[in-house]
Design a protein. Structure first.
Length: 278
């Protein structure tokens, strides 16, 4: 029961560490200390700012590329793609889900499941997206060893695609994929409780069709990702590095290096990320 609660709350708030998870569980009436929370999070492989169990471990010998998207206006499809890995808990153990998403339209371009964290299924996912939708100008990832591997970056470099990588500890640098994981888990995985990988494969196939072609997205003016991608209208986003000077003087809080994602057509502050990215 506690593992399920921690899993669900972490998906809602991936920046939560053991202290905040402890407070959350105590608020539900569970008598639990931080040490036990850390042990349970360890079983799940969770840590604040990480997308899932051991999914973002860097490799000391792999090249790390700079983050290229801060302050960039995303104004067209195939300008920026990004990818990430999350975990899905089944009846026995975990499986890993990787997806490639177009930032302008939020369209899921490809996805793969694997029961191991090698780079192979990530490369397969990338190659499927490239074969189906062409090449983006910029491709963004985190610093996990699957994405810094020569097998993965080599595909991007061969296609002349600029590589961007999230800053360490900056969960918002890849906010669109993080928001996708929340939608996948809360709208499908938690509701259906998949027991086996074949069941999950069938279920996610149906969900991603729904996500791309039927599910309205508030940040897209309630259009679908497919429609926005196809028409190149109604999408877009920008990663901003800090609030406006007016906000800083009003709040009196230092916000240097604090990032957030906003749709281009929405310029008012402050706004909740959940409303913007749903």
């Amino acid at each position: 029961m506690l593992l399920g609660l921690i899993d669900a709350e972490y998906t809602r708030h991936p920046f939560y560490g053991s202290r905040k998870i402890k407070i959350y569980l105590r608020g539900l009436g569970h008598k639990i200390n931080r040490k036990r929370v850390q042990r349970l999070m360890g079983i799940l492989g969770l840590a604040g700012m990480a997308p899932g169990p051991n999914t973002s471990r860097p490799h000391p010998q792999h090249k790390i590329y700079p983050y290229l998207l801060r302050g960039v206006d995303v104004i067209r499809p195939n300008q920026v793609w990004s990818t990430d890995i999350t975990y899905i808990r089944l009846a026995r153990g975990f499986v890993y889900l990787v997806a490639v998403i177009d930032w302008y339209s939020r369209k899921v371009l490809s996805w793969r499941l694997s029961n191991t964290l090698d780079s192979g299924f990530c490369v397969d996912c990338l190659e499927q997206a490239l074969q189906t939708y062409g090449t983006p100008e910029i491709f963004n990832t985190d610093q996990g060893c699957q994405f810094t591997s020569e097998a993965f970056t080599g595909v991007l470099l061969q296609k002349g695609i600029a590589i961007s990588m999230d800053g360490r500890g900056r969960a918002l640098d890849n906010i669109f994929v993080e928001r996708l994981w929340r939608s996948v888990k809360h709208e499908d995985v938690y509701l259906k409780g998949y027991a086996t990988m074949p069941d999950l494969l069938i279920g996610l196939t149906e969900y991603f069709v729904l996500y791309n072609t039927e599910r309205p997205h508030q940040s897209l003016g309630y259009d679908t990702p497919d429609q926005v991608y196809r028409t190149a209208s109604g999408g877009g986003a920008r990663i901003v590095d800090k609030y406006s000077e007016k906000e800083k003087s009003h709040s009196g809080i230092e916000t240097k290096n604090r990032g957030s994602a906003i749709p281009l057509q929405v310029k008012g502050y402050p706004l909740k990320l959940d409303a913007l990215l749903s």
